[in-house]
Design a binder for this molecule. Sequence first.
Ligand code: ACO
Length: 433
Amino acid sequence: MSKEATLQFEGKEFKLPVIVGTEGEKALDVRNLRAQTGAITYDDGFGNTGSCLSEITFIDGDAGVLRYRGHAIEDLAEHSSFVETAYLIIHGNLPNSAERRRFGDLLRLHSPVHSAMDHLFEGFPLGSHPMAILSALLNSLGCYYPHLATNRPTEDLANFEEASAIAISKVRTIAAMSYRKSRGLPYIYPKRTLPYCENFLHMMFSQPYEDFVPTPEVAQALNLFLLLHADHEQNCSTSTVRMVASSGANLFASVAAGVCALWGPLHGGANMAVIEMLESIHAEGDDGSKFIEAARSGKAGHRLMGFGHRVYRNYDPRAKIIKASFDKALASLGIKDDPLLQIARRLEEVALRDDYFLSRRLYPNVDFYSGLIMRALGIPQNMFTVMFAIGRMPGWIAHWKEVASNPKNKIYRPRQVYTGAVRRPFVPMAERP
Ligand code: ACO
């Protein structure tokens, strides 16, 4: 295959180098395009733009393939755990037993938050959204660990193992504390003896007078949920993390920005939007048919939430795995006839036969069923996106590291095609219409 593409523009020919990834995907290298031609590329939403070279996650959207560091998501879902997968994503390989032990020790060591942080929680009004609290408190970690947040990438990288363990471990403690704060409940502190997911559920649901002990199926369902969300290459929040990191910002500031980007309903907020949609369909006594009819407009407010994906145009492999594990989790929780689940199943069935959805290649994404799983686990709705953030933390950390350790790192700075007014004279206030 030719290592160059030819571009004809304004009567001249330009050569564009072709870059080929390890899985064969091709990119036209336009880094010198503007210097050579005076033109830039236009790609609203970046759907055709490769913003970086990355070794972390491979997705083939047409074939429904997702791999972390070369490992198929199906294999990891069957054989691994969230913590082991987090190690894989951050450090590049599955850990041996000594590495796994050390990682677990670091996570345990860093599970409590600094007691001064309690006061930060107190500063938020009751009912504050946990995503706002999570983002603010993650960023504040840089104040408690200034040696890990120097904003000098080489120095921050020297302490990366500690910083990354703090981020993974504390995101779960902060998340649980933000939930307890939003409900006016006393904080429950982490227990060193508990594994990652069980510890989170303990901090969420234990009472000062009684420990919450989840069934193994419930802990496993949470483990799987987090593992399936652990990375997804250059999505909106991860690109945000990379963008912030590209300026040299520290890990905590970068992942806090990722939380903000994740919050919106077109990204991490979709799992919450799915439940809101199912509840409103249920409240209206619709079996889903009227909703599907309206969703064919594709307009905001009518979209079938949990359907469609920028990259997956066939199926989302995470949705397949989560759906398959769903029945086991529900059975262990004793849930049989959830009306929202019935509506969800019907929506999926109808949409997968409907020409509108088929012709646009809109299939269930991971959020279609993950919201229902969270709901079954007793996670309150405004925490769903927070759960996604806990799961995505390893990915954000790995991408931060990739940017921070790139000796050729360039600050992210896209261009634009300006379409506003051309130069016009300044008119004094008294003469303005
Ligand atoms: N319901 C109805 N119509 C839809 C939907 C949907 N969920 N998604 C896309 N469409 C339609 C659009 O109206 C458009 O139709 P048109 O060609 O007639 O104009 C066409 O399908 C293509 O849609 P785009 O918005 O261009 O697709 P894009 O790749 O930009 O968006 C997105 C992907 C944001 C995920 C979109 O499918 C969507 O809004 N889905 C619902 C929200 C959701 O589930 N988000 C979670 C994403 S997964 C994640 O973050 C983990």
